[in-house]
Design a protein around this ligand. Structure first.
Ligand code: CO
Length: 539
């Protein structure tokens, strides 16, 4: 997720100005900004037709997406879209047909504000309650807005927001069941990341690996691994906690995402500082109090997974290059007998070893030149994209013997929201799919989807420009035929929600993941603001 600073200016509800004359942008600002709206309806299993093309008959399952669905209440706008209330969309595919459901997450804050008809909470990204400093100072309540990601775990659908507990939803109706402590795994209000990683079976069975971080002068990461399916033979139930460990590190930690390999959980501690005073005094949102730490040193924190070869060993700390990262693409191990995943076949990690790690750990991430801070006087709809650093895909190779890092840039094109084939998560992967700007260089809104060959640099691009704007693409691999060979790594589909500026509404586009050819476009009877993360659940 990108937090963008803008040209200072009064926040207002005035119409958004067109892109400045002479700007090289190939889009109209009004088209881009049209997505900042409230979702007006909640639909239940409404069948939809493809406006163009044909929905692949083999696509079977549900695309769940989460993101802010309410950006204004009583004439009072959020300061940043990330402060908007979580709304979950479900698109169900079966036999060439698709149906749509959507629901706001009934959080405590959403229910209270619905009832009051006005904004009652401050937002982490700078939204203030109406009434100025006196109203906002010393109100340090967190509004859990459940808007960042949505994943299936066991029989629950979880709407995630990293600073607090997940909300459980009914996977079919999207009805909110309430806050979930995951059968007592979490304490009330405990931080629970919005970026779980799904281990496709590095150690036999699939797992959900995730974390919670408690930040302070020292920060503690709680790493947790959950079963995603019942295993009667082992007496394991889907959703059950299989292992956990906690590790403390020096310094304040801002950890939005992480990556996994068979043996490691990989965290990148950015060199940033947190000064909470303006938050306490009611001048800024908590996330606006983060700033680059001059002279600070970023670090990789490598935590051995309990299921891996180095279980029980202490974490390793490795100096990391400059720059700021929200999201990682993937990580993998190479040159190491314990977990070399660069081989053509997914490697199984070796048995537990007390030996020292060797070889390399590779992590691919989207780097910003600096932390993109946001000011309290900025209207997000007037952002000047030229003043914001763009996200660029880089690969860091960590030599586990020398504790040194080698960095290479994989593409010069502005990108965000990148993923590999989920069956290759944590293993060497040749292809990545990501949202990119229309221009080859420079910072712009995300308008295209790119498939990048991470070895050759070859790429194929599907574009929604000039009037369309993309969100996170989700790659859905084709299911292997019974007894048949494993499909190729890029065999499958890419699903992406588009903001259609011409229609002032949202579309779903389905691409062939290998060729990036457009297979179908479905026009949704909804206008949904730019979303954050989502996942595909087969079946
Ligand atoms: Co994210």
């Amino acid at each position: 997720m990108t937090v963008a600073p803008g040209r200072p200016g009064p926040a207002s509800d005035a119409a958004v100005a067109p892109a400045a004359s002479g700007e090289a942008a190939g889009y109209e600002r009004a088209d881009w900004a049209g997505a900042f709206c409230n979702v007006s309806d909640e639909l239940s299993a409404v069948p939809l037709q493809a406006a163009r093309g044909t929905i692949p008959a083999e696509l079977k399952g549900t695309l769940y997406r989460n993101g802010p669905g309410r950006l204004e209440r009583g004439g009072h706008w959020v300061h940043h879209p990330f402060d908007g209330d979580g709304m979950v969309t479900a698109l169900r595919f079966e036999a060439g047909a698709v149906s749509l459901s959507n629901r706001f997450v009934r959080t405590e804050g959403w229910l209270a504000e619905e009832k009051a008809g006005k904004v009652l909470y401050r937002g982490v990204f700078g939204t203030q309650k109406p009434g100025g400093l006196l109203t906002n100072a010393f109100d340090l309540r967190l509004k859990n807005i459940a808007n960042t990601h949505v994943v299936r775990l066991g029989d629950q659908l979880l709407a995630l927001w990293e600073a607090s507990s997940p909300h459980a939803l009914d996977p079919d109706t999207l009805e909110t069941k309430g806050l979930s402590l995951l059968d007592g795994v979490l304490k009330p209000g405990e931080a629970f990341s919005a970026h779980p990683r799904f281990d496709p079976g590095h150690h036999g069975e699939e797992r959900m690996v995730t974390f919670g971080v408690k930040s302070g002068p020292r920060s503690t990461i709680r790493l947790m691994e959950f079963a995603v399916a019942d295993d009667a033979a082992k007496g394991v139930k889907a959703g059950q906690l299989l292992s956990e460990r906690s590790d403390s590190f020096g310094g304040f930690a801002f950890l939005h995402d992480f990556a996994i390999t068979p043996n490691w959980a990989v965290f990148l501690q950015n060199a940033i500082a947190f000064n909470p005073l303006p938050f306490v005094l009611g001048q800024k949102g908590a996330a606006q109090c983060l700033a680059s730490k001059p002279g600070g040193q970023a670090q990789f924190w490598l935590i051995p997974r309990d299921s891996g070869a180095y279980a029980g060993q202490p974490p390793r700390i490795v100096p990391a290059p400059e720059g700021f990262v929200f999201h990682h693409l993937n990580a993998w191990e190479t040159g190491n007998a314990e977990g070399d995943t660069a081989a053509a076949e997914p490697a199984q990690a070796g048995s537990r070893s007390s030996g020292q790690p060797s070889g390399s750990l590779v992590i691919e991430s989207i780097y910003y030149a600096d932390f993109p801070s946001i000011g309290p006087d900025t209207d997000f709809r007037t952002i000047d994209f030229d003043l914001i650093p763009e996200g660029l895909l880089e690969r860091c190779t960590i030599d586990l013997t020398s504790n040194t890092v080698r960095t290479e840039r994989l593409s010069e094109r502005c990108c965000e929201f990148a993923m590999v084939n989920p069956r290759r998560e944590g293993l060497f992967s040749r292809y990545g799919w990501m949202a990119v700007a229309e221009r080859e260089t420079g910072n712009d809104p995300l308008q295209a989807i790119k498939k990048l060959d991470l070895i050759s640099g070859e790429r194929q691009v599907w574009s929604a420009a000039p009037r369309g704007f993309v969100s996170e693409p989700v790659m859905v691999p084709r299911t292997a035929p019974a007894g048949g060979p494993e499909p190729a790594e890029d065999d499958g589909w890419v699903l992406c929600m588009i903001w259609n500026g011409a229609r002032c509404a949202s579309d779903l586009v389905i691409l062939d993941a290998a060729s990036m050819q457009e297979l179908a476009v479905v026009e949704l009877p909804l206008a949904i603001p730019y979303g954050l993360h989502g996942s595909f659940v087969e079946g």
